[in-house]
Ligand binder design. Structure first.
Ligand code: C2E
Ligand code: MG
Ligand code: MG
Ligand code: MG
Length: 293
């Protein structure tokens, strides 16, 4: 499968391969010192209870403030970080930083963090998470780790063992990008997920494509029978939200509710990151005002 993907990539980038390669190796070198130079930062995107319109949590999404290139998105450098092994120190930085920031939020919103395959299989993740929870004082029940099927497929038994250890700490596990992998159903059968995140590629087409609509509805039904809540990713329009509400989807995330924003910008929602000063509570976003960021 990996081979196939690589082949696909090479094919796709054939014309500009040399330039693309050069850029990637330059980026890899830059990325090497990015943590040390304090160039990484996290944006947070709200997750919404579809019924009440209230925020239930935030997903931490990594950004790289590159000195020349400006703000670089994770799709451009996470693959490089994974290939070079830099994902381990970077992933640790993400865990530590996000937990520390969320521990300072005024309300105990859930915090979702994306985890790469190498982190799950190579780094003693349960021990690290345990240590970071103690260090930051974040309640384990607030932390949700997002893993994708691609992450699992490398080593099902190893991943399952780690997932069980993580759950024993009291953190929850979400299946990210549901429906994009090869064996979503068998993965559901094996893994004790606490949440299923339906991939944006299905959600964005629910009102225009019959197959997408059917897949989303069936997934919600399936998850309902498994008693696992569903979160729809990439909700951009009221029409999509309406469809999801009718289909019984519990939670949603997407530009309709808010883009990923720096922690200072979500302070009005999450509370300012200051442990010591007690200030009046910020105003809650009014119920139903979905675009409140
Ligand atoms: P993901 O975990 O599926 O995150 C959702 C992505 O969809 C984010 O892109 C988010 O900005 C984008 N998104 C959210 N709502 C909408 C919408 O309504 N419309 C559209 N068009 N896009 C929306 P982002 O931040 O570029 O992240 C891309 C991927 O990078 C993530 O996908 C995740 O797989 C990975 N990633 C991000 N941060 C980390 C991290 O700290 N560690 C690891 N290992 N991976 C990360
Ligand atoms: Mg995610
Ligand atoms: Mg996702
Ligand atoms: Mg995705």
């Amino acid at each position: 499968r990996a081979k196939k993907q690589v082949g696909h990539k090479i094919c796709f980038y054939d014309q500009s391969m040399d330039e693309g390669r050069r850029t990637r190796s330059v980026l890899a070198m830059d990325l090497c010192g990015a943590v040390g130079r304090n160039e990484l930062l996290l944006h947070y995107q709200p997750q919404i209870d579809v019924r009440s319109g209230e925020i239930t949590g935030f997903e931490a999404l990594l950004r790289w403030q590159h000195p020349q290139r400006g703000l670089v998105g994770p799709s451009e450098f996470i693959p490089i970080a994974e290939e070079t092994g830099l994902i381990l120190p970077i992933g640790e930085w993400v865990l530590r930083t996000a937990c520390a920031e969320a521990a300072c939020w005024r309300k105990p919103y859930k915090l979702a963090i994306n985890i790469s395959s190498a982190q799950l299989t190579q780094s003693g993740l349960p021990g690290l998470v345990h240590e970071i929870l103690l260090e930051t004082g974040l309640a384990p029940s607030r932390l949700e780790l997002e893993i994708t099927e691609a992450t699992i497929i490398d080593d099902v038994n190893g991943t399952l063992r780690v997932v069980r250890q993580l759950k024993a700490l009291g953190v929850t596990i979400a299946m990210d990008d549901y429906g994009t992998g090869y064996s979503s159903l068998s993965t559901l059968q094996i893994f004790p997920f606490d949440r299923i995140k339906i991939d944006r590629s299905f959600v964005e087409r629910v009102t225009t494509n019959r197959a997408s609509a059917a897949i989303v509805k069936a997934t919600i039904l399936l998850a309902d029978n498994l008693e696992i809540p569903v979160l729809a990713e990439g909700v951009e329009t009221e029409e999509n939200l309406g469809f999801l509400r009718d289909a019984g989807c519990a939670e949603a995330q997407g530009f309709l509710f808010g883009r990923p924003l720096p922690v200072s910008d979500i302070a009005a929602l999450a509370g300012r990151a200051r442990k010591t000063t007690i200030q009046p509570l910020p105003q809650r976003p009014a119920e139903g005002s979905s675009a409140a960021t």
